[in-house]
Design a binder for this molecule. Structure first.
Ligand SMILES: *Cc1c(COP(=O)(O)O)cnc(C)c1O
Length: 362
């Protein structure tokens, strides 16, 4: 006997691979693919398996030491292994553990450089204006020089704060500062792996002089900022479906769901669907949300619940167990759901819960 999940994330290998190919070509360099936050909600294990097969993926970038250890263990078992870079500072006790796993570590101070185990490889983190992490340019040169003397400087990176906006003047300034740092660093035995562009940066700038990797996150999963939508033919990787768990009729005058926000004007056939805000469907989309069911776009009725939502299926041939498309790659996308929920694709995708079963399709 198997107990099935009520909602499924279907991942398209061809969409992911197509996106990675387009992004790498446009950047002119291989990719350091961000798989933080459960691969933007797509499923860490599934995405790492798919990404490690792609010739343009140099390595994988994660946000936390636990993610780093998980991905490092997974890629170590693949015959297509890839380097893993941790993007945020580990604690002193985590450094040797991560270094033993081969994880590339971010370094932003002389103290961090001096505390590295001899076999650790470092990526110098430069703060060029994001003001989140990294060494300021002048200090970065000193730290990078120390890392180079120790033979541990593999890469250097910075992060754009505004590369997804139409006005690129601040991003240009960040890039100029970063290139100043790169030019001041001593030569390394292997060419230094410099990287700056996130997805917005690749779409906005294309190839950047002096860069040897790029880090497209959301764009790899198929989404671009509105004004950059026509730059590359990116395709959403995930289709999300849920199941009809119950059907009934609400009579004219009755209300549906918590707080009675929606009232039936006439008898209404209602499908109850097994997905809710605990799975990551935005509760804020209440009153605006739609789904695709039996080939039609239908409204979600009343308050979105923790585990369920209700859909008007009057006149449709729907049965218990039927699939409901929560979003797909073309006519009802994560972008729509994010707009209904007053949020962004990043937040909707990374909020997807572990009750959703991830499935890979060709
Ligand atoms: C998350 C992240 C990225 C990817 O950003 P996108 O906007 O998803 O392309 C790149 N670099 C760093 C340092 C990040 O934290």
């Amino acid at each position: 006997m198997t107990l099935a999940a009520r909602a499924h994330a279907h991942l398209s290998e061809s969409a992911l691979h197509g996106n990675l190919t387009h992004l790498s070509r446009r950047a002119g360099v291989p990719l350091l693919l961000p798989v933080k936050a459960n691969a933007y909600g797509h499923g860490l294990r599934e995405v790492v398996t798919l990404a490690a097969r792609h010739p343009d993926v140099w390595g994988l970038a994660v946000a936390t030491p636990r993610e780093a250890a998980q991905v490092a263990a997974q890629v170590a078992a693949l015959d297509t292994g890839r380097p893993v870079l941790l993007l945020t500072p580990p604690t002193p006790t985590e450094v040797p553990l991560l270094a033993d796993l081969g994880v590339r570590l971010p370094v932003a101070s002389l103290a961090e450089a001096d505390a590295l185990p001899a076999h650790a490889r470092a990526h110098l983190k430069v703060d060029t204006g994001m003001n989140r992490l990294g060494a300021r340019p002048e200090e970065a040169v000193r730290v990078g020089t120390r890392l180079a003397e120790r033979g541990q400087l593999e890469g250097a990176y910075t992060h754009f704060a505004t590369a997804d906006e139409p006005d690129l003047s601040f991003a240009h300034e960040q890039l100029r500062l970063f290139q100043t740092v790169l030019n001041a660093l001593p030569a390394t035995p292997q060419p230094l792996l410099a990287h700056a562009a996130n997805g917005g940066g690749i779409l906005s700038f294309g190839a950047l002089p002096g860069m040897r990797l790029a880090r497209p996150g959301l764009a790899s999963y198929g989404f671009a900022p509105t004004h950059l939508r026509d730059v590359l033919p990116l395709r959403p990787v995930m289709t999300l479906t849920a199941q009809v768990t119950h059907l009934h009729t609400a009579h004219a005058g009755e209300t549906v769901s918590y707080n009675g926000l929606w009232r039936a004007q006439q008898d209404t056939r209602i499908a109850t669907v097994g997905i809710g805000y605990a799975d990551g469907y935005p509760r804020n989309a209440t009153g605006r949300a739609q789904v695709l069911i039996a080939g039609q776009r239908r409204p979600v009725l009343g308050r979105i619940c923790m585990d369920q939502l209700m859909v008007d299926v009057t006149g449709l041939p729907v049965q218990v167990g039927d699939p409901v498309t929560i979003w797909n790659d073309h006519d009802l996308t994560v972008t729509d759901v994010a707009a209904w929920g007053d949020t962004i694709e990043y937040e909707v995708l990374t909020g997807l819960g572990d009750r959703i079963e991830r499935r890979v399709a060709p």
